[in-house]
Design a protein around this ligand. Sequence first.
Ligand SMILES: [Zn+2]
Length: 268
Amino acid sequence: MSDTESSAPQADRGSIFARMAQFGRATLSIALDAALPPLCASCRTPLGNPGGLCPGCWSRISFIAPPYCERLGIPFAYDPGPGILSIEAIADPPAYGRARAAVRYDDVARDLVHRLKYGDRLDLATSMGRWMARAGRELLEDADALVPVPLHWRRLWGRRFNQAAVLAKAAASNSGLPVLTGALRRMRATPQQVGLSRSARAANVQGAFAVTQDGKAAIYGKRLILVDDVLTSGATVDACARTLLRAGARNVDVLVFARVVAAARVPI
Ligand SMILES: [Zn+2]
């Protein structure tokens, strides 16, 4: 009956418009894909498949695998046996339990992070998250939820998305673990950590994070994995871990896409 058709609920019309918009975007994306071949995420060589690396970049990316410091995940030059810690982990133990990274931070890793962060190549997160899930398999098995390191709202405004949250969702997708995007908040816009000394980095992020009102119930008594794109000195994730533990989290591990590794360490 025409009566029922004309009184279609508002929600249905909304969903029709949403579907039309989606169709438009999909058509545009297909048109762009047809016009431009997919490029290597790092060096922009044309590729057969989207979201990947060319053979040259693939051979240069440096995945982190054992042997490494059980605590910090810093690669060792040789295998000292299970449970051996690095000098750093003993001299200056972090607030978090274990840290794991998918790759070493080098030219290829930097390109991937930059394209994800500033180039709107969100499709890269699928591969990056898969590599992170592999590097952090033990952490994911022991965790209740993932918590991305938050951006300050002003930076989020400029970039429109938080790369740590995008990576956390990609890394959690197979495990089905929840990603608590609103649990932590960055209270002040800390200057970029790049170029700061180790102690300046720690001072820079001191008191920069807080657990939100909703976050308190979500994290209490939980085993968490903090997620970020790059780990440099560890000052940021350490400050976040302290904040989460003070608010009652049971345990905090750290999973990042890339970590800065000075050189292969000789274990003690
Ligand atoms: Zn390449």
